[in-house]
Design a protein around this ligand. Structure first.
Ligand code: AMP
Ligand code: MG
Length: 414
């Protein structure tokens, strides 16, 4: 997989994918505003300061079973009978165990001093105030050890981690009630195009619905951003300049859909050049070859082609790493998995292709990726059909049964 994504040929003046991403990521100026949030509000946020435990977890040795706790040395073999000297439900503080006795104990209760072994109740016979142990025992059985999960002083969640539910649980398990996270990036987003209409409005001839604003807004929110939605911008230089200048004052990143080609109706390039600096990168990938990257008064700008599939793929491949780095995450590199190609690809492109694909697990448990029949970057339904992208290396024909790199959306959309 690494091999698949690490080769960096450039052809016909096109930039390699890696070259472009490295340049983007190198240009990131990380956010440096921190916020304290309650654990509940930490979900999906990125940790700015590590969580360090001040306690051992568990705090003491405790029982993993309902049963009887004793000292293994007091056990004389199957049939041993011991007086029951204490009852220890979870939540009590035990007395030291009297020599030669056992204590009734329940899951989660601390092991009393002097005891070392829990025998599960299923192999015991209780009498009025004693217990007979009907099997052999192993010293230390069914005891969970103090600190076996976490030792006091250990860093349990590293800075830069995106907080999933299990991180919240882990932080809670050491008594941490608040977390220090990075401020959410503010991203201003607009869509250029005179043909665009917002859903809910009627369509006049020649018009289409503005889907990109919703795809982009959803992607941004999924990656933890605050979205400043600037709507639809007319295909004129003035309108584009006004939108960009406004966006740049309010956001950590400006993301625009459409108008980044060099046609008469594409005004993003001249608008940014008038306001700041712009690179137009032609990247050796399909779909989504042109990506615009620039700055307006220090605010970064990324522009994607307007084709809905190009926008989605461009976002995942370029905007996502940028946003993850902005938030101090270091897990932005693509991590494809190797699966079996369930398709033939006899005529590969000179550019690396990121094709919409659907991974299924066959009856033998083998992961197989099928590709969508459409290669058009206008067919947005192919993206909802898919659950990831296959990476078809530049110039390499593929046959059904070959191994292919697959990028699951569930990994990319987080
Ligand atoms: P452009 O990049 O502006 O040349 O647009 C390329 C194609 O994508 C055209 O077919 C546009 O109509 C379409 N398109 C552009 N912007 C959007 C949008 N916001 N939502 C849906 N389709 C769009
Ligand atoms: Mg356009």
């Amino acid at each position: 997989m690494a091999e698949e994504l690490s080769c960096t040929p450039t052809l016909d003046g096109l930039m390699s994918y890696e070259g472009a991403v490295e340049r983007l990521v190198a240009a990131v100026r990380r956010l440096d505003d921190r916020e304290r949030v309650t654990l509940r509000d930490g979900l999906g946020r990125v940790l700015a300061e590590p969580v360090v435990s001040t306690i051992d977890v568990p705090r003491w040795d405790y029982s993993a079973m309902d049963g009887y706790v004793l000292r293994a040395a007091d056990f004389d073999g199957p049939g041993s009978t011991l007086a029951v000297s204490q009852r220890l439900p979870a939540g009590v503080a035990p007395q030291p165990l009297a020599g030669g006795t056992a204590a009734r104990i329940f899951t989660g209760a601390p092991i009393p001093d002097g005891a070392d072994t829990v025998v599960m109740q299923e192999v015991c016979t209780a009498t009025a105030d004693a217990v007979r142990i009907d099997t052999g025992i192993v010293a230390g059985d069914n005891v969970r050890r103090r600190g076996e999960d976490i030792a006091a002083g250990t860093e349990i969640i590293a800075a830069g981690t995106r907080l999933d539910p299990q991180h919240l649980g882990l932080a809670a398990s050491v008594g941490c009630a608040e977390l220090t996270v990075w401020r959410r990036p503010r991203v201003a987003v607009f869509a250029s195009g005179d043909e665009l209409v917002m859903p809910g409005e009627p369509l006049a001839p020649g018009q289409i619905y503005n889907s990109n604003l919703f795809t982009a807004g959803g992607l941004l929110r999924t990656l933890g951003c605050e979205v400043i939605e600037l709507g639809i911008v007319e295909d004129t230089l003035d309108a584009t300049k006004t939108a960009l200048a406004d966006a740049a004052t309010r956001a950590d990143l400006v993301f625009a859909s459409g108008g980044v080609s060099v046609g008469e109706e594409d005004h993003v390039k001249p608008a940014i050049e008038a306001l700041g600096t712009l690179d137009m990168w032609k990247i050796a990938i399909r779909p989504g070859k042109p990506v615009a990257f620039g700055h307006i008064d220090g605010t970064p700008f990324i522009g994607s082609p307007g084709n809905p599939v190009s926008l989605f793929v461009t976002f995942l491949l370029f905007v996502r790493p940028f946003l993850l780095c902005l938030q101090g995450r270091d897990d932005w590199r693509l991590q494809p998995m190797q699966v079996v190609a369930d398709f033939d690809w006899p005529r590969p492109d000179k550019r690396r292709e990121f094709q919409r694909a659907r991974l299924t697990i066959d009856t033998a448990g083998i992961a197989r990726a099928a590709v969508h029949p459409s290669r058009s970057s206008g067919v947005l339904s192919s993206v909802t059909w898919a659950n990831g992208l296959v990476v078809i290396p530049e110039g390499r024909a593929m046959r059904r049964g070959d191994t292919v790199a697959f990028l699951p959306f569930c990994e990319l959309l987080r």
